[in-house]
Write a protein that binds this ligand. Structure first.
Ligand SMILES: [Zn+2]
Length: 444
């Protein structure tokens, strides 16, 4: 009798707790790139504001190598190609296998598009610039701006493209390709984002102005990003959005610290808007990283909030320094201490067996043990494998991934696995999960 009741209760509890078998691939991806943003650029902005940048609190962090094929110092084209396609190419190349057979390398944006999801590009550089280009075009040279615009409008067709104008892109060409066009902040903010328009925002005739100089009638990066999210999140299948703070790099080339810091702060504001949008979701990955460091920035003294720190610059070009990565959400727990810039493609696109936390091809007791032994811990102390939701906390959502996929896959060694959870175990886990549910909203 007791057995009968507990098995019924178990079934109910599993029904309540367990999500349906879900694809382990993130449904929504926001891939955010601070062009030229090394660790010192982040630190300098934090000294000026007196608080860390928003993304510095993300639960999973590491460093990323940046070298190009055949060159220890990368340009933005090769670096963005590595981030977008998982392949090293020569400097200047936009997502083609060079060196190699010159074939088109599929990008993350195209991967998500092939899954039927909406996509977007946002940048403070002109929209045909190297970083956005590597996600949605294929060209032998970043200088082929007319062809890059042609790839966008006729081949890839991202739903949203917001950035600086001209440089191969034009209002007439975008309209011909079916895009609604806007050319200033007011026009962009007046868009009805719920009608899911194809939007081309062409702001000015080059890069957006520096934040430190004022933007006039043109939009901030955070406004462009919020608009893109408002449009893309209408797609029930999910979306891929690339966001670039393109002008951290330009200020680095100029060795202009005030402009550099202004761009990094606006990037931090932009990441915060994305995190606000993503809060509470368990189907979204937010990656914040850089393509390379620019300027060889070295901090000599913190002069307190409101004052520029004392610094030195070793270069007016790019350096070979590693850049930081910060991540939150689905697959964020796969961020490594030091990773290659080619690692992101597989990290995002390879969907393992949902709930198979230890990656042994089977969802069972060893996965359950991983979550239990890290229960209630944060990313600072927990085994990252125990946090498949990547929110930096091992709790009920992580347990659900296991219960929802229980017994899936092939037991690697049937003697070592329990094919069906013992009623008492599941009851215990379920009760534990309910009782120890983390109180209050999760802060980021
Ligand atoms: Zn540069």
């Amino acid at each position: 009798m007791l057995d009968h009741i507990s098995s019924k209760l178990t079934a109910i509890l599993i029904g309540v707790l367990a999500a349906p078998l879900a694809s382990a691939q993130p449904k929504n991806v926001v891939f955010m790139i601070g062009d030229g943003m090394g660790p010192a650029q982040v630190e300098a902005a934090g000294m000026f504001t007196g608080t860390p940048m928003s993304f510095e609190s993300l639960p999973y962090q590491g460093l990323v190598t940046t070298y190009a094929a055949g060159n220890p110092v990368t340009d933005s084209a090769a670096a963005a190609t590595a981030l977008a396609t998982g392949q090293k190419v020569s400097n200047g190349v936009i997502s083609l296998a060079i060196p190699g057979d010159s074939s088109e390398l599929p990008t993350l944006l195209e991967h998500y598009q092939a899954l039927g999801r909406d996509t977007g590009l946002v940048s403070t550089a002109y929209i045909t610039h190297a970083t956005p280009a590597a996600f949605a075009a294929h060209e032998t040279s970043r200088n082929n701006k007319n062809q890059i615009a042609g790839d966008y409008l006729n081949q890839t067709k991202p739903k949203v493209m917001l950035g600086g104008g001209a440089n191969g892109m034009s209002v007439a060409a975008a309209q011909l390709a079916g895009y609604t066009t806007v050319t200033d902040a007011a026009g962009m903010l007046a868009l009805n984002t719920n009608t899911q328009p194809f939007v081309s925002g062409q702001f000015g005739t080059t890069h957006l102005p520096y934040e430190a100089d004022g933007l006039g009638a043109l939009p901030h990066l955070s406004q462009m990003t919020t608009t893109a999210l408002d449009i893309l999140d209408n797609d029930p299948d999910g979306f891929f959005l690339m966001v670039e703070a393109g002008r951290i790099d330009h200020a680095g080339h100029e060795n202009n610290l005030a402009r550099n810091i202004g761009e990094t702060i606006e990037f931090s504001n932009t990441v915060q808007s994305v995190l606000d949008w993503a809060a509470g979701r368990s189907d979204t990955l937010v990656i914040v990283t850089a393509d390379h460091e620019t300027g060889g920035l070295n901090i000599l003294a913190d002069n307190g909030p409101g004052n520029l720190p004392t610094v030195s610059w070793s270069s007016t070009g790019h350096t070979a320094a590693n850049v930081p990565v910060y991540a939150w959400g689905t697959h964020a727990n796969q961020i490594r201490t030091v990773m290659n810039n080619t690692d992101f493609f597989d990290l995002i696109t390879v969907s393992g067996l949902g709930g198979d936390l230890d990656n042994d091809g089977f969802v069972g007791i060893t996965d359950l043990n991983l979550v239990l032994s890290n229960w209630n811990q944060t990313a600072e102390s927990a085994n990252p494998l125990a946090d498949p939701t990547g929110d930096g906390f091992v709790g009920i959502e992580d347990l659900n991934q296991i219960l929802g996929n229980w017994n899936a896959g092939t037991p690697p060694n049937s003697a070592a696995n329990i094919p069906v959870p013992a009623t008492s175990t599941v009851l215990l886990i379920a009760s534990l999960a309910i009782l120890r549910r983390r109180p209050g909203p999760r802060s980021l």
